[in-house]
Design a protein around this ligand. Structure first.
Ligand SMILES: [Zn+2]
Length: 251
């Protein structure tokens, strides 16, 4: 029975992933999420149900539009698969609890923020502000984080990235600072430290690797949003364990 539910939640996740792709395509262009219906970005042909089956349609059409042959970005099936795996995994970890819902929603938001930052170098206020309000309400209503821990986490996240944003004119933008504040509201104190610091470590290691492999030069800015997203995901799922492990290491 549980296996069956894990599969069903995975399928639901694939469908949610499909909606996340709509958000990723339309929010940076300030387009409505509801209208017009899904269409090919090249030829404008309205897509039918058989073109919109998550992952399956992409594979069946070999990554090309059925009507004009334009390439569908590989990001589309990747985001769908990621959301599918995420829902199955969170259900397996939490069951159908408020935590499943909350971590599920937060992870979807983090995924959308990460992909938009990768593709456009933008952290959108139209996502950050409303989700910050949702996180604040969740901190108050849902047992676990609490309003003080949430507000403290938000202030710490915002504060840690504020100084590099003021000092460096490139790289760390205001979008990252606001995103770090949002992450603090989501994770609360002290897990916000896990989120931001692991994001900084992952981003730093990746930057060094890209420099060594000569894929980037020192003048290129690397988007930081995806690393903040990964760090926050780790903090949401294993924040307490990571903090305990680190404190044991110190003793
Ligand atoms: Zn087309």
């Amino acid at each position: 029975m549980t296996v069956m539910l894990i599969v069903i939640l995975g399928l639901l996740g694939l469908a949610v992933g499909s909606f996340l792709n709509v958000c990723i395509d339309r929010l940076p262009a300030k387009k409505s999420l509801a209208y017009p219906p899904s269409h090919c970005n090249s030829c404008g042909h309205v897509l039918s149900v058989k073109d919109l089956v998550p992952v399956f349609s992409y594979l069946r059409l070999r990554g090309k539009c059925r009507y004009c042959g334009a390439r569908i970005p590989v990001r589309v099936p990747l985001v769908e698969s990621a959301a599918g795996l995420l829902f199955s995994f969170l259900f397996w970890k939490y069951g159908l609890t408020y935590q499943f819902a909350l971590v599920g929603i937060y992870s979807c938001v983090l995924l959308v923020l990460a992909v938009i930052d990768l593709e456009h170098r933008l952290i959108l206020n139209v996502i950050v502000y409303p989700v910050a309000i949702i996180a604040l309400i969740a901190d108050i209503l849902i047992p676990g984080i609490g309003i003080l821990s949430g507000l403290g986490g938000g202030a710490i996240g915002f504060g840690i990235l504020l100084i590099p944003a003021i000092v460096s004119r490139r790289g760390m933008g205001w979008g990252n600072v606001k995103m770090a504040g949002l992450i603090g509201l989501m994770t609360g104190y002290p897990r916000v430290f896990v989120a931001i610091l692991s994001g900084i470590i992952l981003g730093g290691l990746t930057a060094v690797a890209l420099l060594l492999l000569k894929k980037k030069t020192r003048k290129d800015a690397i988007p930081f949003g995806p690393f903040l997203s990964i760090g926050s995901f780790l903090a949401l799922l294993w924040g307490q364990e990571i903090i305990r492990w680190y404190l044991n290491l110190l003793n």
